[in-house]
Design a protein around this ligand. Structure first.
Ligand code: BG6
Length: 513
């Protein structure tokens, strides 16, 4: 049975959260802080428990100290007082577990029943895999064989990316999981779908008479999606050198954002209807079959030594755990087409890279220009209208229109109507992980990726990866701290466009707030 869109604002029936990989980075940076924020906002109530699982021995007290340290460092709320902390920490337990040994799962099951009695939870169990994907399969099997899934309540599995390395490995992984869990029990995280402004795309599009009638190839010239990062690979060289920007960012976050921008209005606000529309977009992506097509539409780059804010930065090949002769891309840009009636002929330009000058995620919708050969267009250079959705770190939208320059000369200038949501006092936007953990716990899978979406995204990405394997001649080097290879600018110039500057308007734009 498909689970319905669940709008409950608190977790009324309660649940036990099992965090596999509880001593890892994701748990520390994202999961514990998110659980605390949900608790603080009263969304979890008191009928819940968190069981941390990992190989390392730890006592409950030590584990609770780890949790507290992570909240102090990464949570958007400060812990109120000791009384509140004690109440919250009571819900956390730690069990050392060898995930390859089913006996440990049997013991865990007995202990869980006790925890469920203590917190009055009717057998609802959420398993969060903050682990390397190679381990998902054996954990799932042992959950089943150890009796952890034989409960009166619901059981759900939340898994992190990467979901496979290519279509074939993703299929293998999916088979392993689906021999234990049904598709509707599997929640595949793409944390971009948990971001406030990515969820807002749906509302901006479908709740505004300004936009929806224009949202097609008759009125839109092109769409640009930029995810730029200032960081390099940090300590993740081992993983990243096998993944690269195409697998790490494009296969998931970028294509997911593209689906939100391009999908048709769903027939109902139901997770499956929304995901049906998203997968249609992925299936409509024009696939590049030959190396020539890939070279024509796709640019890849790797950062070389450079500088940012006066600080010298090493090149990618000098980073820790990176092969000194690596040809892994740290920059990816592409011209993508969604070959359906709405979007025929409209280029979507997408780009992402590490060690670029600013950290930002933005979507720019560039509308077609007014005719240049009649009336005002004859006399003035009219700039196109833009709708910019700022996702990260600033949240908001701005709309750029043309207006008259005050005064007698009758000049025309661009005006930006800028709504900065994150600048408003009192808005403390929930972290993506807060929403996603809460959604999974209340059975709302809207902002998780369904298997057919993952598969369609891999089949698009695999063709590019295949073409790249043939030769590395098109791997451009770009200095750390720059905007990436010049070839990515040419991609747009060939079509008569340019990347719009991110994180702010151009100098000649007047801003209305
Ligand atoms: C992750 C990637 O999924 O997203 C990282 O693995 C990347 O390489 C990160 O840095 C970016 O996320 P955000 O939310 O900081 O934009």
């Amino acid at each position: 049975m498909t689970e319905m869109h669940n709008q409950e604002s608190i977790l009324s029936d309660g649940a036990v959260f099992f965090i596999f990989g509880a001593t890892g980075d994701l748990a520390r940076r994202k999961l514990f802080p998110a659980i605390y924020s949900l608790y603080r906002e009263g969304k979890l109530g008191e009928r819940f428990a968190v069981v941390g699982l990992a190989r390392r021995p730890r006592t409950n007290d030590e584990f609770r100290v780890d949790v507290r340290t992570s909240i102090d460092e990464f949570c958007r709320y400060d812990v109120k007082d000791n009384g509140e902390w004690e109440r919250f920490a009571e819900h956390f337990e730690y069990k050392p577990l060898d995930i390859n040994n089913v006996d440990g799962f049997r013991e865990l099951n007995v202990q869980t029943e006790e925890i469920e009695r203590k917190f009055d939870v009717p057998g609802n169990r959420l398993f969060y895999m903050a682990l390397a994907p190679e381990l998902f399969g054996s954990v799932s099997h042992n959950l089943r064989d150890g009796g952890m899934l034989d409960t009166e309540g619901w059981t759900r599995l939340v898994i992190e990316k990467p979901f496979g390395y290519d279509l074939e490995s993703a299929e293998r992984l999916n088979e392993q999981l689906s021999s234990v869990f049904k598709e509707e029990q599997i929640y595949r995280i793409d944390h971009y779908l948990g971001k406030e402004m990515v969820q807002n795309i749906e509302v901006i599009r479908f709740a505004n008479a300004f936009f929806e009638p224009l949202w097609n190839n008759k009125h839109i010239a092109n769409i640009q999606i930029s995810l730029s990062e200032t960081v390099g690979v940090e300590e993740r060289g081992g993983y990243y050198d096998h993944a690269g920007a195409l697998r790490d960012m494009a296969q998931n976050h970028m294509l997911q954002m593209l689906t939100m921008i391009a999908m048709e209005p769903p027939s109902r606000l139901h997770p499956e209807d929304i995901r049906d529309e998203k997968v249609k977009v992925l299936r409509s992506l024009r696939q590049y079959h030959t190396a020539e097509e890939v070279h024509e539409h796709v640019i890849r780059g790797q950062y070389a030594a450079g500088a940012m804010k006066g600080k010298a930065l090493p090149g990618y090949r000098e980073e820790e755990k990176v092969n000194p002769a690596s040809v892994t891309e740290t920059y990816f840009a592409a011209r993508v087409f969604v070959d359906n009636f709405r979007w025929a002929g409209v280029p979507f330009y997408i780009r992402t890279g590490k060690r670029l000058p600013v950290k930002t995620t933005e979507v720019v919708v560039e509308f077609k220009s007014m005719p240049s050969n009649v009336y005002l267009g004859r006399k003035h250079k009219l700039e196109p209208n833009l709708l910019v959705i700022r996702v990260n770190p600033m949240e908001g939208i701005y709309v750029r229109i043309n207006g008259k320059k005050p005064g007698a000369e009758g000049g025309i200038q661009p005006l930006a109507m800028d709504f900065c949501q994150s600048c408003m006092i009192g808005i403390n936007t929930p972290e993506a992980y807060e929403r996603l953990i809460f959604d999974a716990a209340r059975g709302d899978s809207t902002y998780f990726t369904r298997w057919d979406e993952v598969a369609a995204a891999w089949s698009f990405v695999d063709k590019i990866a295949e073409a790249w394997r043939e030769s590395n001649d098109d791997l451009h080097q770009y200095p750390a701290g720059s905007w990436g290879p010049q070839a990515a600018n040419e991609l747009l110039e060939q079509d008569g466009y340019r990347w719009w500057p991110v994180n702010g308007q151009e100098e000649d734009t007047v801003v209305w707030k």
